[in-house]
Design a protein around this ligand. Structure first.
Ligand code: TUI
Length: 315
């Protein structure tokens, strides 16, 4: 397999692991890169020196390219970007904002920049300022999300830019992958299914919550505060929804979420932890090695295409 995204990133399969705060550690990123995809370490809300240690650890675990996902709303963003210019990972992906002011220095350091975008305007802006590819993330995704569905966002961004487009949000198996490529994408980004991998070091309770999730369990809170987040329904999301409905003060709502990911990832608190996950959680039914997950997205493409021909054309 050698499409233009694989060539750009030096990977075997056109699949990127999503940058999940806490969840996307050096262990997970290295496992994905060793399996032929592009692994990402999530900087999340961690300080720069912690992220630097993760990069160094990942280098010990793989000799394949990997990247770092920078959540732009973190207070450590400037420190993290300065550290990345020294460490020079192959790729920097960004989320939850506009990476414009860091673009020139990242490019000058020879780093590929892949911003996550949730709108056509943002995708165009990123192409204009020199992004190497964009990750078009639909509202089916987990964590902080935009409003447009993967199905509607991907073809519009594909039509609007000439750089490679990576499709993200709701891609749980080879059928979703084929759909993404049918919409014109050059690659896929997968988060939730890698959370349920053997190499992911999230608490077992968090992983089992993903395995058990059903179609309507990945709910959105935080629309009223302007930072919508998708996570598995539990006491935390219910309490959050109640405060939002009552128009509780912003600070009170925000305070509820503080430490939520830590409680989910480290403590396995499935009641009051923030179990961020995408809608695809309902389709994730077992814990597998990352290499097997990657292969499964590309293994039965011919069978899916034969089904497409049968269903669409009656052939
Ligand atoms: O960033 C993500 N997913 C995340 S970030 C995160 S940490 C967090 N926790 C609570 C509240 C907020 C953040 C957990 N999950 N995905 C990528 C993504 N980026 N989704 C949406 C966007 C996005 C949104 C607006 C990208 C650009 C953008 O531009 C706004 C602008 O500046 O015009």
């Amino acid at each position: 397999m050698e499409n233009r995204l694989c060539k750009l990133l030096g990977i075997e399969y056109p699949i990127i692991q999503g940058g999940m705060a806490w969840v996307a550690t050096a262990e997970l990123a290295a496992a994905v890169s060793n399996g032929g995809g592009l692994g990402l370490i999530a900087a999340g809300g961690a300080p720069a020196d912690v992220v630097r240690d993760q990069i160094r650890k990942c280098r010990e675990l793989t000799d394949k390219p990997f990247g770092v996902n920078v959540m732009l709303m973190t207070p450590f963003v400037d420190d993290i970007m300065a550290m990345l210019l020294e460490e020079k990972p192959a790729v920097v992906a960004t989320g939850a904002g506009n990476p414009g002011k860091y673009m020139e220095s990242l490019k000058a350091a020879g780093i590929q920049v892949l911003p996550v975008v949730a709108s056509v305007a943002m995708a165009k802006r990123m192409e204009k300022i020199g992004a190497d590819a964009v990750i078009a993330e639909g509202t089916e995704a987990g964590g902080h999300i935009g409003e447009i569905t993967t199905m509607c966002l991907t073809p519009q961004i594909v039509d609007a830019v000439s750089i490679p487009v990576v499709c993200a949000g709701g891609i749980a198996d080879v059928r979703g992958a084929v759909a993404a490529f049918a919409l014109g994408a050059d690659g896929i980004q997968v988060g939730t299914r890698f959370l349920a991998s053997e190499e992911c070091i999230a608490h077992e309770n968090y992983k089992q919550a993903v395995i058990k999730a059903k179609d309507r369990d990945a709910v959105v809170t935080g629309r009223s505060t302007g930072a919508p987040v998708r996570a598995l329904k539990n006491n935390l999301t219910k309490e959050y929804a109640r405060l939002e409905k009552e128009n509780a003060p912003f600070e009170e709502i925000e305070a509820l979420g503080v430490g939520g990911l830590r409680r989910a990832f480290l403590e396995g608190d499935v009641k009051m932890g923030s179990l961020m996950a995408g809608q695809s959680a309902a389709m994730v039914n077992k814990i597998e090695p990352c290499a097997d997950i990657i292969k499964s997205y590309f293994a039965e493409v011919e069978a899916v295409l034969a089904k497409v021909r049968e269903n669409m054309l009656g052939e």
